[in-house]
Design a protein around this ligand. Sequence first.
Ligand SMILES: Nc1ncnc2c1ncn2[C@@H]1O[C@H](COP(=O)(O)OP(=O)(O)OP(=O)(O)O)[C@@H](O)[C@H]1O
Length: 311
Amino acid sequence: MNVLEIRGLTKKFGDFVAVDNISLKVREGEIFGFLGANGAGKSTTINMICSLLQPTDGDIRIMEHDIKLQSRFAKQSLGIVPQDLAIYEDLSAYENVSFFAGLYGLRGALLKQRTQEALEFVGLGDKAKSFPKNFSGGMKRRLNIACAIAHKPKLIIMDEPTVGIDPQSRNYILSSVRELNESGCTIIYTSHYMEEVEEICSRIAIVDHGKIIAEGTKEQLTASITDTKDIVIELKNAVGSESDMLTGLAGVRKVSQEENVIRIHSDASVDNLNRILKQLMAAELEIRTVEEREPNLETVFLTLTGRNLRD
Ligand SMILES: Nc1ncnc2c1ncn2[C@@H]1O[C@H](COP(=O)(O)OP(=O)(O)OP(=O)(O)O)[C@@H](O)[C@H]1O
């Protein structure tokens, strides 16, 4: 079954097209990644799925129900972890979760039980009475998740849930996503962190300028990139501007440098590497290592758009 089906979804703000005719199916049991740079249109799409924004055009179906016609069903099937924290600082952690679960229709003993379960799930079981104003960024993010899951939705949408938190909380959140998925939830996970999407998502859509420019498993997406390759060269004692001499070289598409390490995105033909090395050696630079990297999602994005995800 498709837990989510989107057809021809479009959102215009005045003349600006933020989401441009997106169609998409997310099947039950998937962790579906929505990967795109800042401003690509991820949040606008999510806000339409959650009925927070009216589409300019297109249809959205959740569990085969049109969200316009069966809005109550859609609301109860959906859990939303918004990008901007949606928690009340002057309510306790327990009261926050209980408030949101109540909005989704839970009452009485079940409301109490699910509130406590959700807090325990995110590792805040012993913080039920504490106030989020005293929480770290990572704890607030986890509370935000608890608020979205207490009513046990079939589909959970997480909009960049790991922005601005420490690595430990990030790992905690990623393993919670997996656990929720194993317990039967379908998950849509948006991020501009390629590594996270690669790590947890079973299928990925890459969004750019409001359009889906590629979709598939990580393996399908990387296999589709056969005409480019990534080369990483480590120099000895670089001053930091050595990459300039490679920009514009035939076959070289993009170059970046961090201290001694130069990353080159180039056409796949073999002579490129020779040309690059000749250029560096002609400048009497000492080369420590040369490595050809397997394509990853960043390569896919770079090949399709000519930009890095975080340019
Ligand atoms: N209410 C609005 N009015 C006008 N433009 C908007 C509005 N909301 C979003 N936009 C524009 O639509 C585009 C897509 O924004 P959106 O927030 O969906 O991107 P995103 O992929 O979620 O990026 P981010 O990772 O920064 O959240 C951006 O150019 C943004 O400036």
